[in-house]
Write a protein of this length. Structure first.
Lengths: 521, 306
């Protein structure tokens, strides 16, 4: 009896020790890592607004994420993790979404996070008087209704399966209601959110400084202070990374990537992006109306060479109509490998008029080496006997040209980039190729219009079963890939160079990075 | 004198009015829709329209101009479309940086340019003269961004003496000032040389020499003082230009000044911001010109303003 009792005590004692040791091990990395005083990040431009509902630039949505947190967090693999939203349920018809909020969350000013705040956020997003440029991304939401303190219901106008991924956008991150009362719309300069950081200083044109939010409900960040230093010239950012004036360099020049990689104290990370770069071909006007011509143009261009020689491998040739990082991507069975002979033959079959000069347009400096890429495409087309004239525009002029309706459109061949804001093919396949987005209503400037395709894409939005939806997206991809409304060029990579002391930096295919829980050697 | 000053100050008003008129209509003739730029590539036409109305761009241009002038009379430059901040605040944040950089650059340029020009003129066609001429030619022909990057490679990356970019300490000021000054110094040196050469061949210099005056006194007191008028003009003009912001230097060295603000605003078609910053630039430029005119009177007592 006694023996048994003592062995029982021994067991208890042992368990205690084990728990203590485990606790020490679990806590140790956190406490020792929490000593990073300051992290300096070199970026190219200053933010215009830190109101997440107004922001359209990925980098500043990224900063908003740090200040406001997200409803859901989409990790680099596309998996959604609960943040301010604990979970959601969808009705059978897909028209009602019940959202369960995280409890015991406070904004950095002490305001409680609850259903009222979330409803207020949605009311603001849906209010047509408010400036919400990305409203189209949630245009299916009719209204937000409060059910109880921690539950809201979204009523939809039409079913939209990828709404869960949409919840990872900064667009839907709530702002403290007290801050909205206090600052009004000036909240764009005085952001107050429930995220791991608070804005502590913003010197226009020079720096944005974030400090740790002591009231943050989640795991405490390891970095005390993050300084976003505005350095417009990429070469200077690289120089500052080398001299140690900054720790992270946002988007260094592709031409210098190899050189940076050779440095021992610098890591270059470049995950594949969601943004595809393409040459749009007008499907309703001019010589490119003929599908054979469009396919010929695809065979005429050596995309691999462009990626290797112009972009220094900071991109990858497209092998499907969307980026491989996105849900719905399938590598297409048939590839338009470089084949000038086949291109010429297809043009012959199409009775192509070689005396005509085709008008090609490109922006200059909007995307990585956009003008240079266009020049190479021009050269490849000229190599198969097609006369091409290339014109360059600055961005505002360029967009104005893209948005003209078909009657007024002068577009023939034009370079453009399209980067879905979360990892789902809907924004790419629906947002570029359905009849609905033909200009002036959208930026599907290839004027691609195919009723069969439209039907499939509409069905995909209603389909809540992941596998069935994937099959629909695949079917749509195959149709559009064969029809070639684009010269399928390449998928960009998101290049981030940083000090090799930094570990565990989270870098996503949507061009975001989260230094919240990094460790430093 | 006071009368003159008052007249000149009043004359600034029509000049500025002219600037606003030209600028206002030229801007609106540019292709590209500011509301679309602001809304981003993916925004729906309805949302772009809302932004256009908010910005007041749906109204006829003459009404927009009238309301712009009305605000201007109340010293209100409007609100930036991009940041929604008052334009004057945005400019105010950048202006001290620009003035500081311009002052440093122009001081450096005068400190080196004028003596170099004088020395070259005193010993024309000697090796010193050739050296100054060649150096000036370099200074004028070197692209600013190239020189900036070269200086950065040498002094920041290799020697690690100076920071590569940003603002804060005097060390941050060195490289951008030197880069900016390189062009101006060459300009001033060449100007000084040719003016001095002209003056040195004048009769009164020969008279001074025959009187047995010391060469140093002749050069500084008699020649340089008389050669100063065109030099002051050049310095004034260059300083005025520097105040408009040195876009390339500011970009290379991440210097938050007016130049970048103007270029960024043009690229974003931020009308209010462009109008405001160009107007301030115009004002500064005319003021610098006025100061230059006033200095003439100090240098040359024969010049009087009635």
């Amino acid at each position: 009896m006694r023996k048994k009792a003592s062995s029982k005590h021994f067991k208890q004692f042992f368990t205690c020790i084990a728990i203590i040791i485990m606790a020490v091990f679990l806590l140790a990395p956190v406490s020792s890592a929490a000593q990073i005083k300051e992290l300096k990040i070199g970026i190219g431009v200053d933010a215009d607004t830190l109101n997440p509902q107004e922001q359209t630039t990925t980098l500043f949505q990224n900063i908003c994420d740090l200040v406001y947190d997200n409803l859901y967090f989409q990790d680099p693999d596309g998996t959604l993790h609960p943040r301010l939203l604990a979970k959601h349920e969808v009705s059978e018809d897909g028209l009602t979404w019940i959202m369960h909020l995280q409890k015991n969350v406070q904004f950095s000013d002490g305001t409680a996070f609850n259903a009222d705040v979330v409803k207020q956020t949605w009311d603001r997003i849906l209010d047509p008087k408010m400036r919400v440029p990305l409203r189209f991304a949630v245009s299916m939401v009719k209204e937000c209704v409060k059910i109880d303190d921690y539950t809201v219901r979204l009523n939809l106008k039409y079913a939209f399966a990828p709404l869960n991924a949409t919840m990872s956008m900064a667009l839907v991150s709530p702002i403290s209601s007290a801050a909205l009362t206090k600052y009004g719309e000036d909240v764009r300069r005085h952001p107050v959110g429930a995220g791991p950081y608070v804005l502590s200083e913003w010197v226009k044109g020079d720096r944005i400084v974030l400090t740790r939010n002591e009231k943050y409900w989640g795991k405490a960040p390891t970095v005390d202070k993050i300084i976003f230093k505005i350095v417009p010239e990429a070469t200077t950012r690289e120089a500052m990374l080398r001299t140690g004036e900054i720790d992270i360099c946002y988007k260094p020049l592709p031409s210098n990537v190899a050189d940076l990689q050779a440095q021992k104290n610098i890591i270059v990370e470049m995950p594949l992006d969601t943004r595809t770069i393409f040459m749009g071909l007008n499907c309703q006007k001019g010589v490119t109306m003929d599908k054979k011509v469009r396919q010929a143009f695809n065979y005429a261009i050596d995309k691999k060479a462009i990626v290797d020689r112009i972009l220094f491998n900071t991109a990858q040739p497209m092998d499907g109509p969307v980026s491989p990082k996105i849900f719905g991507y399938v590598k297409m069975d048939h590839q338009y490998d470089y084949n000038p002979g086949k291109a010429k033959q297809l043009l012959k079959e199409a009775n192509f008029d070689f005396s005509k000069t085709i008008n090609m347009r490109t922006p200059n400096g909007r995307y990585l080496f956009d003008k240079q890429v266009s020049e190479v495409v021009q050269a490849y087309l000229q190599a198969i006997g097609v006369k091409v004239e290339l014109r360059t525009y600055d961005w505002p002029t360029y967009v104005a040209g893209l948005l003209k309706p078909i009657e007024k459109s002068e577009l023939e061949v034009f370079l453009l980039g399209w980067g879905p804001l979360f990892l789902d093919a809907d924004m790419a396949l629906y947002g570029q190729f359905t009849t609905e987005v033909n200009p002036p209503k959208g930026l599907g400037s290839s004027f691609y219009s195919n009723p069969v395709y439209d039907e499939i894409m509409k069905a995909s939005r209603k389909e809540l079963d992941t596998n069935k939806r994937f099959a629909l997206l695949k079917q749509a991809s195959e149709i559009v890939w064969d029809d070639c409304p684009w010269i399928w060029l390449h998928v960009e990579k998101f290049v981030l160079a940083y000090s090799s002391k930094i570990k565990n930096l989270v870098v996503t295919p949507t061009e975001k990075f989260y230094p919240t829980y990094i460790t430093m050697e | 004198m006071l009368n003159f000053l008052l007249k000149r100050l009043l004359a600034i008003i029509p000049v500025l009015l002219g600037i606003t008129l030209l600028l206002f209509f030229m801007l609106r003739m540019l292709p590209g829709d500011p509301a679309q730029v602001l809304a981003g590539q993916m925004a729906s036409p309805a949302d772009v329209e809302i932004i256009r109305v908010q910005m007041g761009l749906d109204k006829p241009v003459y009404i927009q101009y009238a309301s712009f002038l009305n605000r201007l009379v109340h010293l209100d430059l409007g609100v930036s479309a991009r940041t929604q901040n008052p334009v004057i605040e945005e400019i105010w944040a950048k202006l001290p940086n620009t003035v500081l950089l311009a002052l440093c650059a122009i001081t450096l340029a005068c400190a080196f340019g004028i003596p170099a020009g004088v020395i070259a003129a005193v010993r024309p066609y000697s090796w010193v003269d050739y050296l100054v001429t060649i150096a000036s030619l370099f200074g004028i022909s070197m692209p600013v961004f190239w020189l900036g990057i070269m200086l950065m490679i040498v002094f920041s990356i290799t020697l690690q003496w100076l920071p590569a970019g940003g603002i804060g300490t005097w060390k941050h000021l060195v490289l951008p000032s030197v880069t900016l000054a390189a062009f101006v110094v060459a300009f001033i040196a060449r100007m000084t040389r040719s003016c001095m050469l002209e003056v040195l061949s004048q009769d009164y210099v020969t008279t001074a020499r025959s009187k047995g005056l010391k060469e140093k006194a002749i050069i500084i007191k008699h020649a340089l003082k008389n050669a100063l008028i065109p030099i002051i003009t050049v310095v004034g003009l260059q300083f005025g230009l520097l105040l408009g912001g040195a876009v390339l230097t500011e970009t290379v060295f991440a210097w938050p000044g007016l130049g970048r603000l103007i270029v960024d605003s043009i690229l974003a078609r931020d009308y209010a911001m462009i109008q405001g910053s160009i107007l301030i630039f115009g004002l500064l430029y005319t003021l610098v010109n006025l100061v230059v005119d006033l200095t003439y009177a100090f240098v040359d007592p024969r010049i009087r303003y009635e």
